[in-house]
Design a protein around this ligand. Structure first.
Ligand code: ADP
Length: 667
């Protein structure tokens, strides 16, 4: 197993900013060096996984067995003594959840386009013997062609005897969980998935959840009764379909097979949902093999043999990424100038890359805010970073007049209490049993074939030697003299790579722009008038010692031009789906208004020019949510906009909190 550093990853990938984080993982944008393709790199710290290690194994094994146009593809798995990296198909359009938030709710026509893809994905996943068990809009990502990709198979199950066999473990997100599941009954995975699809369909058409409550017991009661209100804008056809999917009795629920040609699903289409994979596992593409054979200086025959091993190593990644290039109509070409896959990464190069790509996971974790910014690359951080803590003074104005969000997800969100509250026999379980439960649930997957037959090795104990090693890298990063040297080199390296990248892809924008600019979506979010309370009342006067310690580690890598850019004014960007338009033209005024409101809403923040990196914490000091708000200038219309980006935390709580902040800021 490779040693405890990032060199194994950096041999094959360039690593950029953090694009998301979940309960277990941080996800960064990356680029596969040999093909030049963008990828998403899911990074998991073994020591943090603990009992959830089997969940990661389940996810990896499932994703190796799934290859479908609406399922996020796994390309490469790298395990070191302390980390697990999953290299995945990159979906630049973000989560379906954020898309719903941006549009408030979707039209029936647009919902149908997405829903057909969800049906296709689930029909395929079920046909492979898996139940997903955690369907929700946060687990559906939008790719560059505006197609949906299903992610997060950590809770999936593959019953030994087939999907018709009953499962016992209650898992998933409470608001999407089927009644039989929350009652602790045995259930059929595919039937439970259909219920969740019904909740998801409701969320798409309505912009809120059908079953929701602050109190978990009340929520469970609502779900087991199966009563929800149909808003007036739903068509009779939509009402009927939702009713057929959210049937409390699973045997009366529609099946995925029935959904394929359901009249609502077929409306405006001439054919049922085509759910078969257009990229079946095991198919070997001649063109990709030829290109790889030339590059590797091997015979075609031996290249086929190598690829057919499906080890989810550099060979698998190269083949699948070449195939992705071919399928999107781009030339099936590998970069010739890159080092051979087995070339080792020199320690200096590794430090340079780690710095330029802001790849120090430990630092991220300690201060709770991902260094890799989507707006500014990590190396844009100024050295005057300062979290603005809550003080008795700035918390005393907390509004009590606002209404509560529909449900206190801070109780339920996965980052805080594990994936979700799990209950058995209809009773909520104490928090400390939840982790154990997830482990038990993964036992249902023991029948999963493991290609390599190996489990993951436990992280190596921290030895004085390894500690010293980490320490020395950190010292190098925080020493100004070293910084300058490394910064210069890494910047050269970065700009060289970006030049190559832009040349190759013909794109105009930089990587950091691409990361949050799904250009196809251009609807602004108008949250004015919303009055919602964050529902998070925290004690004032928290201790922020660890944060301040974290700040010592911030690396100053600003070039003069970047510093100027930060000081001189807000960025000019195009209106995008994740940008709220204001009717104001003075960015400083808008920034001040938001800054005034954040403490009232119990939101801590770090200000970087016109970007506010925000977060909330639980009473116990655990970070419950992270997001960015950036005040920017729009071109058409020429007004100030606020770009929003959720990085961590429950999606619906985030929605209500940001709505609340922006409406209270009167912008
Ligand atoms: P976890 O298993 O820890 O919950 P997820 O797999 O849900 O982590 O990933 C966390 C977040 O990272 C997602 O909600 C999404 O915003 C982002 N993300 C995950 N995979 C991708 C991807 N393939 N492309 C783009 N963003 C991704």
């Amino acid at each position: 197993m490779p040693a405890d550093n990032a060199s194994e990853l950096l041999k094959y990938y360039e690593v950029y900013e953090t694009i998301g984080s979940g309960g277990f993982a941080k996800v960064k944008l990356g680029r596969h060096i040999l093909t030049g393709e963008k990828v998403a790199i899911k990074i998991m710290e073994k020591k943090d996984l603990g009992d959830d290690l089997p969940r990661v194994k389940t996810e990896i094994e499932a994703m190796k067995n799934l290859s479908h146009q609406n399922v996020c593809r796994l390309y490469h798995v790298i395990e070191t003594s302390s980390k697990i990296y999953m290299v995945l198909e990159y979906c630049p359009g973000g989560e379906l959840f954020d898309y719903i938030v941006a549009k408030d709710r979707l039209s029936e026509e647009e919902t149908r386009v997405f829903f057909r893809q969800i049906v296709a994905a689930l029909a395929y996943v079920h046909s492979q013997g898996y139940a997903h068990r955690d369907l929700k809009p946060e687990n559906l990502l939008i790719d560059e062609d505006h197609n949906l990709k299903l992610i997060d198979f950590g809770l999936c199950a593959k019953p030994k005897g087939g999907l018709g066999y009953e499962l016992m473990t209650c898992c998933g997100s409470p608001a999407y969980a089927a009644p039989e599941l929350i009652q602790g009954k045995s259930y059929i995975g595919s039937e439970a998935d259909v219920w969740s699809m019904g909740v998801l369909l409701f969320a798409l058409l309505c912009g809120y959840l059908p079953f929701d409550d602050d109190n978990c017991m009340v929520l469970y009661r609502k779900i087991t009764r199966g009563h929800y209100d149909n808003p007036r804008w739903l068509s009779p056809g939509s009402i009927l379909l939702l009713n057929q999917m959210m049937q409390v009795d699973p045997k009366r629920r529609l099946t995925v097979r029935q959904l394929l040609d359901h009249s609502w699903v077929m409306n405006g289409y001439s054919s049922p949902v085509e759910w078969h994979s257009t990229r079946p596992l095991g198919h070997i593409d001649e063109d990709c093999i030829t290109e790889m054979a030339v590059s590797l200086k091997r015979s075609k025959q031996s290249t086929i043999k190598l690829v057919s091993e499906w080890k989810y190593d550099q060979t698998t990644a190269t083949y699948l990424l070449l195939l992705a290039k071919k399928q999107s109509g781009r030339p099936v070409r590998l970069r010739r100038e890159t080092p051979a896959p087995d070339t080792s990464c020199s320690p200096l190069k590794e430090i340079q890359l780690k710095k330029s790509l802001d790849f120090n996971e430990d630092e991220d974790d300690e201060d709770g805010v991902p260094r890799g910014s989507i707006v500014f690359p990590a190396d844009c951080y100024d050295d005057d970073t300062a979290w603005v803590p809550l003080t008795p003074k700035n918390t005393q104005n907390t509004h009590t007049s606002c209404t509560k969000p529909p449900c206190s997800y801070s109780e339920k969100r996965r980052g805080e209490v594990g994936h979700s509250p799990l209950i058995e026999q209809g009773k909520p379980r104490p928090r400390n049993t939840e982790k154990r439960e997830r482990t038990r649930e993964n036992k249902e997957n023991l029948a999963l074939p493991s290609r390599d037959g190996n489990g993951f090795a436990l992280p190596a104990p921290v030895t004085p030697a390894s500690s010293r090693k980490t320490g020395s890298i950190r010292t190098a990063q925080t020493t100004p003299i070293n910084n300058n040297v490394i910064n210069t080199d890494s910047q050269k390296e970065s700009s060289r790579r970006r030049a190559v990248e832009q040349q190759q892809s013909g794109q105009q924008g930089g990587l950091e722009i691409l990361a949050f600019s799904p250009e196809r979506r251009s609807r602004s979010l108008d949250m004015a008038g919303c009055q919602v309370d964050s529902g998070q009342k925290r004690k004032a006067g928290k201790m922020f010692g660890s944060l301040e310690r974290g700040l010592d580690k911030v690396i100053t890598m600003l070039t003069p031009s970047k510093r100027r850019a930060l000081r001189d004014g807000p960025r000019r960007i195009k209106a995008q789906y994740n940008v709220t338009l204001t009717n104001q033209t003075n960015a400083d005024q808008v920034l001040d208004q938001i800054l005034r409101v954040l403490p009232e809403k119990n939101v801590d923040y770090v200000q970087k020019g016109y970007t506010l990196k925000c977060r909330t914490q639980s009473d116990f000091g655990k970070v419950t949510m992270q997001f960015e708000l950036e005040v920017c200038l729009l071109q058409k219309p020429e007004v100030v906009g606020i770009r929003r980006q959720r990085l961590k935390g429950d999606a619906w709580v985030y929605k209500h909190l940001v709505e609340n902040i922006l409406s209270t800021s009167s912008i």
